[in-house]
Design a protein around this ligand. Structure first.
Ligand code: NDP
Ligand code: GUE
Ligand code: MG
Length: 300
């Protein structure tokens, strides 16, 4: 068997088309241009990839966007100052602070400083709570993107065994919430999981969000399973020339492709969906801030 490749890039393009339509309507009917501020401190490689791809696509859907690239040595007070300014800025409806942050900055303090109504990453306690109890609002971008791809694969996910590898607040935890809402039987695996191979072997749906290149072996995958690879890892690619690198996921793609039913590639899978969902969340928050009902086709 060879897995069908899930084309996240094409799906995201389609989603961006719909987002552009909503942005246009907000502009013409309500004189409202959704605005997104992206803040990156230092130079985490996965964050760099994110920022580069985001800027272009934000402009493409007709949104206002601002990018703040701060040096690795930025203090917590400086970052909190910027967030306070963005919280008060009426042009900005979404604030994204890229994680990880340098060691001198406490990410919890930073997250709590973000105005909840501008929390497009779904990081603040109120947003996390709403997601957990099923109230409307922004949903974590990457899990939302994965969910959209999965819904496109399955008539229903009810009763399926889903394994999420990784338990970060950014990806793993909200992903598990969304799969639970789809009535999957959800297992969360992490660095202390005893026999990861065994856990993965029983899964009909595998979502890998670890941050370790190719760590999920093809032999672990149950034949016919659907594999969603969130990992973004930059590795050396001497075959492309001296000093060259390339992106790979957390799953051994070639190995898994031989057994899985469907699989997302890296690049071209979850990454583009994350960006499209970030834009969708900004439409959602811009709408809510202005007392408008957010478009239903952009959320979970
Ligand atoms: N494609 C996209 O759009 C996005 C991609 N990413 C990428 O996804 C990956 C994960 O991101 P993020 O969730 O922020 O990462 P974190 O580093 O915050 O979390 C990693 C998780 O993986 C677990 N883990 C680490 N080692 C192992 C192991 N050997 N076996 C099982 N579990 C392990 C950790 O367990 P423990 O909790 O026990 O430490 C932790 O829960 C990264 O590559 C990141 O770049 C992230 C966001 C969006
Ligand atoms: N607060 C916060 N929220 C995040 O959502 C967040 C973050 N911090 N920190 C960093 C990670 C990483 N991340 C990516 C998103 C898209 C691509 C992406 O566009 N990937 C393309 C890459 C294409 C290429 O350049 O080759 C793809 O996979 O096809 C990558 C990585 C979001 N993250
Ligand atoms: Mg991390």
């Amino acid at each position: 068997m060879t897995a069908r490749i899930i084309d996240g890039k094409a799906f995201a393009e389609d989603l961006r088309g719909r987002i552009a339509g909503h942005v246009n309507r907000l502009k013409t009917d309500h004189q409202l241009t959704p605005g997104l501020a992206v803040v990156i401190v230092g130079h985490d490689p996965a964050s760099q990839v994110y920022v580069t791809n985001k800027a272009r696509q934000t402009a493409e859907v007709g949104m206002h966007s601002e990018k703040y690239e701060l040096p690795e040595t930025t203090s917590e007070a400086e970052l909190l100052g910027l967030i306070t300014r963005l919280n008060a800025d009426p042009k900005i409806h979404g604030i994204l602070v890229q994680l990880p942050l340098p060691a001198q900055i406490d990410p919890t303090r930073v997250i709590l400083a973000i105005a909840p109504e501008k929390d497009v990453d779904c990081f603040t306690p109120g947003s996390v709570g709403r997601l957990a109890i099923g109230l409307p609002g922004p949903v974590s971008c990457t899990p939302l993107g994965c969910l959209m791809l999965l819904r496109n694969e399955f008539e229903s996910m009810a009763g399926l065994d889903a394994v999420v590898i990784g338990r970060s607040n950014l990806v793993g935890k909200p992903m598990a919430q969304l799969l639970l809402r789809e009535n999957c039987t959800v297992t969360m695996a992490h660095s202390r999981t005893r026999d990861l191979a065994e856990v993965v072997r029983r899964a009909d749906i595998v979502v890998a969000a670890v941050g370790r290149a190719k760590m999920i072996a093809g032999e672990w995958i149950k034949p016919g399973a659907t594999v969603i690879d969130v990992g973004i890892n930059r590795i050396d690619a001497p075959e492309k020339g001296p000093g060259k690198t390339r992106l790979v996921g957390d799953v051994d793609f070639e190995g898994a492709k031989a057994v899985a039913g469907a699989i997302t590639p890296v690049p071209g899978g979850v990454g583009p969906m994350t960006i499209a969902c970030l834009l969708a969340n900004t439409v959602t928050t811009a709408s809510l801030i202005n007392g408008l009902t957010p478009p239903r086709d952009l959320t979970a």
